[in-house]
Design a protein around this ligand. Structure first.
Ligand SMILES: [Zn+2]
Length: 82
């Protein structure tokens, strides 16, 4: 078997493991830091999705996002408020 052949994991990486790893591991081939955005965020706030793919094995899937808060509140001049 050629050393550069990309193998599929026996089972897809679980959502929990994907999340715990920071979303940098492909759930199909298990490669790290090979996930890239294919599209901008889609959907309705506060829950959005983004189509991403693995440039190692070519798998494509949707990352799911939930709003967790806000920070760095500023006025229209860029000055901090409160
Ligand atoms: Zn992959």
């Amino acid at each position: 078997m050629p050393e550069n052949e990309i193998k599929q994991l026996p089972v897809p990486l679980s959502e929990d493991d994907y999340f715990d790893g920071g979303g940098v591991q492909c759930p199909v081939c298990g490669g790290f830091h090979c996930v890239k955005a294919e599209k901008d965020f889609e959907g309705e706030r506060p829950e959005l999705t983004q189509t991403v793919s693995c440039f190692r094995c070519g798998a494509i899937w949707q990352d799911k996002y939930s709003l967790v808060g806000y920070e760095d509140l500023r006025d229209k001049e860029g000055q901090r408020i409160w």
